[in-house]
Design a binder for this molecule. Structure first.
Ligand code: ADE
Length: 227
C-alpha cells in the first residue's frame, strides 16, 4: 500500500510515522508513506498556497492550483483508489472505514488548513471527505496521521499477533474487555479469579461478557449501530 499525504505544514508529520508499529510496517515494506510539501507545487514566488476568500469571510483559503498540480503529478505515476480531504465537515471516521481503506492500494490524503480549501477542490479533485471528530483542529495533519495510523496497523503483518488487531475495541462492534498482567495481586487489588484458572473456554466467555457489559455501560449506541 502507498499513502501520499499533501500538506502545507509537512513538519507536523515528521514524527508520527517514525516510531513503533507504523515505522516497522514501512521497514517491512507493507506500506510506503510519502509526505509532500504543497509549497513545492506552488508557482508563487513566495511559495504561497493560500489566498483571501472572494466572499470576504475572515481567514485564508487554500488555493486550487498547487493542490491540482500535486494531485496531477501523483496521478501521472499511479492510479489512486481514494483522494481524501481531511475536514471537520467530512464523514465521521470509524473502524469500519479504516478496515475499508486498509484494503486499498494507493491513497492520497490532502490536509486541510486555514478556512479550508477552494470549493472547486472538493467539487472536482477529491473523492472523499473525512472528519476525525466533532471538534476543529488547526489543520488536517493530525487527522491524516490518525487515519494513516488506524489503517496501517490493520495491514496483514503490521501487528505481530494478528489476533491483536482482530480483538480491538470496535472491530466486532464492542469495546475491548479489561486486560490484566502480573502481579496477580497488587496491594490487595486482585486479578479476576477466572483469568488465573487456565480454562480457555471460561476465559473466552468472561471476555465476551465483559465486552458486552462495558459497551452497554460506556457506549450503548454501539450496540444498536450498523457500523
Ligand atoms: N481539520 C480540522 N479539524 C478536523 C477534524 N475534526 N477532522 C479532520 N480534519 C480536520
Amino acid at each position: 500500500m502507498r499513502i501520499d499525504i499533501l500538506s502545507a505544514v509537512p513538519q507536523l508529520l515528521e514524527s508520527p510515522f517514525q516510531h513503533s508499529i507504523i515505522k516497522r510496517a514501512q521497514q517491512k515494506g507493507l506500506v510506503e508513506i510519502v509526505v509532500h510539501n504543497l509549497r513545492d507545487f506552488s508557482t508563487d514566488k513566495h511559495r504561497r498556497v493560500d489566498d483571501y476568500a472572494y466572499s470576504g469571510i475572515a481567514g485564508m483559503v487554500m488555493c486550487i492550483e498547487p493542490i491540482d498540480r500535486a494531485i496531477t503529478y501523483l496521478k501521472q505515476q499511479r492510479d489512486y483508489d481514494e483522494i481524501i480531504y481531511t475536514s471537520p465537515d467530512g464523514e465521521p471516521f470509524t473502524q469500519k472505514m479504516a478496515n475499508q481503506l486498509s484494503t486499498m492500494h494507493n491513497l492520497i490524503i490532502l490536509c486541510g488548513h486555514y478556512k479550508g480549501v477552494d470549493q472547486r477542490v472538493r467539487d472536482h479533485l477529491i473523492t472523499r471527505e473525512i472528519s476525525i471528530g466533532d471538534y476543529v483542529l488547526t489543520g488536517g495533519e493530525l487527522a491524516a496521521a490518525v487515519i494513516t495510523d488506524a489503517v496501517v496497523r490493520l495491514l496483514p503483518g503490521a501487528i505481530s499477533d494478528e489476533q491483536a488487531a482482530l480483538t480491538d475495541s470496535f472491530q466486532d462492534g464492542l469495546l475491548s474487555p479489561p486486560v490484566y498482567t502480573r502481579p496477580a495481586d497488587y496491594k490487595g487489588w486482585k486479578v479476576p479469579e477466572v483469568l488465573l484458572s487456565g480454562n480457555a473456554k471460561l476465559i473466552e466467555e468472561w471476555n465476551l461478557k465483559q465486552a458486552i457489559e462495558r459497551t452497554r455501560k460506556l457506549r450503548p449506541n454501539l450496540l444498536n449501530s450498523d457500523d
